[in-house]
Design a protein around this ligand. Structure first.
Ligand code: RFL
Ligand code: PHB
Length: 389
């Protein structure tokens, strides 16, 4: 088989890239390790920046997002007896959109299928060959037989545990990592959200987040220990703990119900450099991870896709290589700012096992400053809605 761009990974990065390329007449094949059902069963991001919304429009996949996504003009931050609001739209002119990654991925699959684009599911043993030559190829197994895909370029969109990053030799690759000493226990429940906007809460018992997908689907998270397992937490225990961590007036009107999904995610900051090796380009979680506190993971994946799509487009339209040559530097410049914001917001909102009284005082001072200072509000809002591409 032959294609122009071999895309490893059928998550949001790979699918969005495939759709954008298709719109510009560039052929690709998507290789996905799991089934479509499995990919759509993963409950992940919920907050989209305008940049990602615009890319979905460019890909021709934004109709349902516009109809069903919810515009959020601000968010609430609670700590101690205080709760304050950051008004994104007043401060930056831009809101964020609440629309689940599951739905966005579903829309991208539907568009790919409607366009007759190729996706190979349940592929095994994917390997990238000759990425440092002008004629790379990818091999994989499917249904018990071996396949070879020849291509001009390879896009590594296979997430944090994928093989693309590992293909870059260790003497070329440099990795930067910070592991946080806690995780997030998340549940999805068919109950109305406690509040119309998200609430990020720093409580003495640890962080909590009240989020949502729609009027009757809530997404809540609480900071948990890394040794906890989802099955250690009954629904009742989860609701009780959430109630203790959010402001009393919010807790009083929390509607509880059975969870329809419950999972634990560890928190990690991670970046690999460079994001390009020869004709292999890394996109999204394959190259970087952020703790979810700033809602930046999917959105940063989207900006990578934007830079790669524009570089590949310029190459196929005019033969220009400056877009692909500058891909890694351009993507990383934005990635590191998202890393900084996610690290800062995580540090501000969580309780750390080894936090001293001094550290706690500094955290409260940082929160007080954010609450009362206009410039701090603006910096927070600009980062949350997404820095320009
Ligand atoms: P994905 O989604 O991991 O997709 C990678 C795909 O590659 C496949 N794959 C392979 N395919 C072929 N061969 C191999 N060897 C392969 N290895 C892997 C996998 O099966 C998978 O289908 O990466 P991608 O596309 O880069 O997308 C990244 C986002 O999924 C991720 O950044 C976000 O979900 C992060 N995130 C959030 N991001 C936001 O922007 N806003 C949020 O509100 C937000 N909330 C979250 C989050 C992530 C969370 N978790 C669980 C980590 C909340 C949570 C709890
Ligand atoms: C979510 O709704 O899943 C969500 C929202 C905001 C975050 C992280 C996750 O910062």
């Amino acid at each position: 088989m032959k294609t122009q761009v071999a895309i490893i990974g059928g998550g949001p990065s790979g699918l969005l890239l495939a759709q954008l390329l298709l719109r510009h007449g560039i052929d690709s094949v998507v290789l996905e390790r799991k089934t479509k059902k499995y990919v759509l069963g993963r409950i992940r991001a919920g907050v989209l920046e305008q940049g990602l919304v615009r890319l979905m429009e460019e890909a021709g996949c934004a109709e349902r997002l516009h109809a069903e996504g919810h515009v959020h003009d601000g968010t609430l931050i609670a700590y101690g007896d205080e709760m304050f609001r950051i008004d994104f739209t007043a401060l930056t002119g831009t809101p964020v959109i609440v629309y689940g990654q599951t739905e966005l991925t579903r829309d991208l699959y539907a568009a790919r299928e409607a366009a007759g684009g190729s996706i190979e599911f349940e592929v095994e043993d994917v390997a990238i060959h000759g990425a440092d030559t002008d004629a790379p190829h990818v091999t994989y197994r499917k249904d018990g037989s071996d396949h070879r895909l020849d291509c001009d370029f390879v896009a590594g969109c296979d997430g944090f545990h994928g093989i693309s990053r590992q293909t870059i030799p260790l003497d070329v690759r440099r990795e930067y990592e910070k592991v946080y000493p806690f995780g997030w226990l998340g549940i999805l429940s068919e109950t109305p959200p406690v509040n119309e906007e998200l609430i990020y809460a720093n409580s003495p018992r640890g962080f909590a987040l009240c989020s949502m997908r729609n009027e009757n689907l809530s997404r809540y998270y609480i900071q948990c220990s890394l040794s906890d397992k989802p099955e250690d937490w009954t629904d009742d225990a989860f609701w009780q703990e959430l109630e203790r961590r959010i402001p009393a007036d919010q807790a009083a009107r929390l509607v509880t119900g059975p969870s329809i999904e419950k999972s634990i995610a560890p928190l990690r900051s991670f970046v690999t450099e460079p994001m390009r090796w020869g004709r292999l380009f890394l996109c999204g979680d394959a190259a970087h991870i952020v703790p979810p506190t700033g809602a930046k993971g999917l959105n940063t994946a989207a900006s990578d896709v934007h830079y790669l799509n524009s570089g590949l487009r310029a190459f196929y339209e005019t033969g220009a290589t400056d877009g692909i040559d500058s891909y890694s530097a351009r993507a990383l410049a934005r990635v590191w700012k998202a890393e900084r914001f996610s690290w800062w917001f995580s540090s501000l909102m969580h309780r750390y096992p080894d936090q001293s009284d001094f550290d706690l005082k500094i955290q409260v001072a940082d929160l007080d400053f954010l609450r009362t200072n206009e410039a701090a509000h603006k910096a927070m809002a600009e980062n949350y809605v997404g820095l320009p591409y």
